[in-house]
Write a protein that binds this ligand. Sequence first.
Ligand code: 2AM
Length: 168
Amino acid sequence: MRLFVSIPLSDDMKLSLANVQSFLKKQGVRGSFTPVENLHITLAFIGEYPDADYVSQALSGVCFSPFCLSLSGFGQFGNIWWAGLEKSPELDKLAKKLRFSLERAGVPHDKKKFSPHMTLVRRAEGDPSAVVIPKASMQVKSFCLMRSDFAKRGMIYTPLAEFSAADK
Ligand code: 2AM
């Protein structure tokens, strides 16, 4: 199965991002817009791996305290357009810790530098210059091991395990 580790977004954060997507659509941007229920922040991409329980076990030792994330900026990886986040040392530390736990357990994952973003649209065509990313913040209280499946209607992301922050 295809696995990745992500931070689920709050409903408010999803709504703010959905409003940005609506704005882009009104501006005539075309592409494959991420369905609102699929919006997330990827912390590590594992890809095909047969044993989700083993990965879950490896992630269960990752300790972190709740922290705040705020939207900031808009960016592009080619035709993938995304909303960014204010610099967060806590987020960087969480990604580093859990990637280290995966490595220690021998679970392969994408080694690309962690570049926090929320993908809004893939294969985008149009002009994004007028886009404004609204102010929105959320408290990160957990991260999830996710399964990703290709379906006719698009990607289906299913949480397999959730790992909560320790109480402060
Ligand atoms: P994204 O984080 O830029 O949106 C599931 O495929 C998720 O893992 C997607 O959110 C995807 O992109 C992210 N991801 C990170 N690295 C990936 C890779 N090498 N291949 C596919 N998806 C990857």
